[in-house]
Design a protein. Structure first.
Length: 110
């Protein structure tokens, strides 16, 4: 079993959370950050992109402030959520091609 690095839960820096840390909005932001901490990078990007897409105008900046994710990451997630996933990408988190090249066995005819 692989050991997973535990991700730290981000603390929202919005004005509402700083002024009223026990408000309903602050609780919602903490819940969003707890969910994000449990996801892998692709799912985290998709979740943040979905929130930004649902919130509409200004959603990317708002999600960035709440989650601490960069705006280009959130925009990319929003675009990925809006388009249909291609067949070849299922089951992978990162694109294929990185890492050490595979070694092939040389089979000699005897």
């Amino acid at each position: 079993m692989r050991s997973r690095k535990k991700r730290v839960v981000h603390h929202c820096t919005c004005v509402t959370c700083r002024a009223h840390p026990r408000s309903g909005t602050a609780k919602e932001h903490r819940a969003i950050n707890r969910v994000l901490a449990s996801l892998d990078e692709k799912s985290r990007r998709h979740f943040a992109g979905l929130l930004a897409w649902q919130w509409g105008w200004g959603g990317v900046e708002r999600v960035s402030e709440i989650t601490g994710l960069s705006r280009p990451t959130i925009r990319r997630g929003r675009e990925e959520v809006q388009r249909v996933e291609r067949e070849g990408e299922r089951g992978r988190i990162r694109q294929a091609g990185a890492g050490r090249p595979a070694t092939e066995k040389n089979i000699r005819a005897s």
